[in-house]
Design a protein around this ligand. Structure first.
Ligand code: AHR
Length: 497
């Protein structure tokens, strides 16, 4: 097949906020205990953090990590996780039916963020707790000194405030599985009051209103409209969550689901703009896609009820999952004018790109690589590529372009990258990239992942699925020609010479 992409500087979609490459750590399964924190592990540092995990998080170049949940946060008392560890209570976690030992809490996570070169996106409990508890946490973490809560932090050994800038107002509050689930109007009210008081406590913070728990939620649309109608002027972002899975073995439809994702994003933008118009507001609401990934391999895995950190949601990702994750990243970048934050859910062990053995080794899942490539090379601005390629129908979708692509341009570093997935199961694509006004830019590298069976996976000591370097594509009269293998992830890097 032949395909063509046309690129020009004027095709700018928007600046890429680095937080679009965020991720997520929840007190769930072995994400914290046995994941980022394992004091007995041979690589653990003086704080009990696994340095082999930190090393891979750094490679992913994750600028922000959402914490401590997820469903967990809706029953969490942040006070249980601060102060001397020996005084911290063990609690039942009703979200995941486990026991939370509270050996790791807010201050430990903030320390870990510093070591992992990332920042925290903190979620507050608006399920079982109040707006006042939320604003008290802001005072504990962000107020310098001279109040009971700031001085409490100091007495715990943290004299400087953490200055956490981004705060989630609860989690998936529309879901019946959520502790303290609410109607849109109930949630709109508590979100408004919490956001208002949290910002009065620290006027440098930003807040994220919970959108629907997915596009399939029965109240999707109305939930966003009603809650935003109440809280619009106080909040800065509305959240989106979406996971995909190949439930019926239909690979072509699995890969085509980014069409649905595209529509989901578009609809949420329209709802935000409708509320803006209705209110004659000057403020444009941006989006925080703070949970997204492939998730379905581990749905029914057994575990011991009320145990501490049992393995949960430990999807082992295969090659086709990596292509879906790559396609989802491209879709998010296509909307970077409105999506300012996105979190790959999650980061370690729980539906994650990094997998550890408790007491043992570590490996990179297949989905690690598309994330690593976009996060490291997809900076600057996103350019809307005019794509000309054949389309096909799948069982669930019609007119699916074989090529999913985005280009990013980093003027400061004089570099440009084209990311693309060839969704054809059996056909090569000869891709012409026509550069309209990028004088001096030449291809320097073509990285790809291809040639694997869709079910191939990685494991400890078995880094089977991984990227490889191809011949550098030719350039002739401003047209770069690259060969994209069937069913492949591709990163074509250009530099100014
Ligand atoms: O990421 C796993 C879970 O998925 C989160 O706890 C919840 O917010 C979502 O339903």
């Amino acid at each position: 097949m032949k395909a063509k992409i046309t690129l020009a500087r004027e095709f700018k979609i928007g600046d890429i906020d680095k937080r679009i490459y965020g991720s997520f750590i929840e007190h769930l399964g072995r994400a914290v205990y046995g994941g980022i924190y394992e004091p007995e592990h041979e690589t653990a540092d003086e704080d009990g953090f696994r340095t082999d995990v930190i090393e891979l998080v750094r490679q992913l170049n994750v600028p922000i990590v959402r914490y401590p949940g997820g469903n967990f946060v809706s029953g969490y008392n942040w006070e249980d996780g601060v102060g001397p560890v020996e005084n911290r209570p063990k609690r039942l976690d009703l979200a995941w039916k486990t026991t939370e030992p509270n050996a790791f809490g807010t201050n430990e996570f903030m320390k870990w963020c510093k070591k992992a070169d990332t920042e925290c996106m903190m979620a507050v409990n608006l399920g079982t707790r109040s707006a006042d508890d939320a604003r008290r946490l802001v005072e504990y973490t962000n107020h310098k000194s001279g109040t009971a809560l700031a001085d409490l932090r100091k007495s715990h050994g943290y004299s400087d405030p953490w200055n956490i800038k981004l705060w989630c107002l609860g989690n998936e509050m529309d879901g019946r599985w959520q502790m303290g689930a609410k109607s849109a109007k109930e949630y709109g009210r508590i979100a408004l009051e919490a956001s208002k008081m949290m910002k009065w406590t620290d006027d440098t913070i930003e807040t994220v209103l919970c959108g629907s728990s997915s596009r399939n939620s029965p109240t999707f649309g109305e939930w966003e409209a009603q809650s935003l109608d109440i809280a619009y002027e106080s909040v800065d972002y509305v959240s989106l969550h979406q996971y995909y899975g190949n439930h019926d073995g239909d690979t072509e439809s699995f890969l085509a689901q980014t069409l649905e994702l595209e529509e989901f994003i578009h609809t949420v933008i329209c709802i935000c703009d409708y509320i803006k118009a209705k209110k004659r507001s000057k403020k444009t609401m941006n989006l925080s896609f703070d949970e997204w990934n492939v998730w379905y391999h581990s749905n029914d895995d057994p575990y011991e009820r009320w145990s501490v950190a049992p393995p949960r949601l430990e999807d082992i990702y295969n090659f086709e999952d990596a292509l879906v994750v790559g396609s989802m990243l491209i879709t998010l970048l296509r909307h970077c004018d409105r999506i300012k934050i996105a979190c790959l859910a999650q980061l370690v062990n729980v539906i994650a790109p990094i997998f550890t053995q408790t007491g043992g080794g570590i490996f990179k899942q297949t989905i690690f690589y598309p994330f690593e490539h976009t996060s490291n090379y997809g900076r600057g601005v996103a350019l809307n590529p005019i794509i000309n390629c054949p389309k096909h129908d799948t069982k669930r979708f019609t007119d699916v372009p074989y090529l999913e692509a985005i280009a990013t341009f980093d003027e400061e570093n004089e570099s440009m990258t084209v990311f693309c997935v060839n969704k054809s199961l059996d056909e090569n694509a000869v891709l012409d990239i026509s550069l309209m006004d990028f004088e001096g830019y030449v291809p320097v590298e073509h990285i790809s992942m291809d040639g694997y069976d869709k079910n191939d996976t990685n494991g400890i000591g078995n880094p089977y699925v991984k990227p490889h370097i191809n011949e550098i594509p030719q350039i002739d009269d401003g047209v770069v020609t690259a060969n994209l293998k069937p069913f492949s992830w591709n990163v074509i890097r250009l530099k100014k010479m």
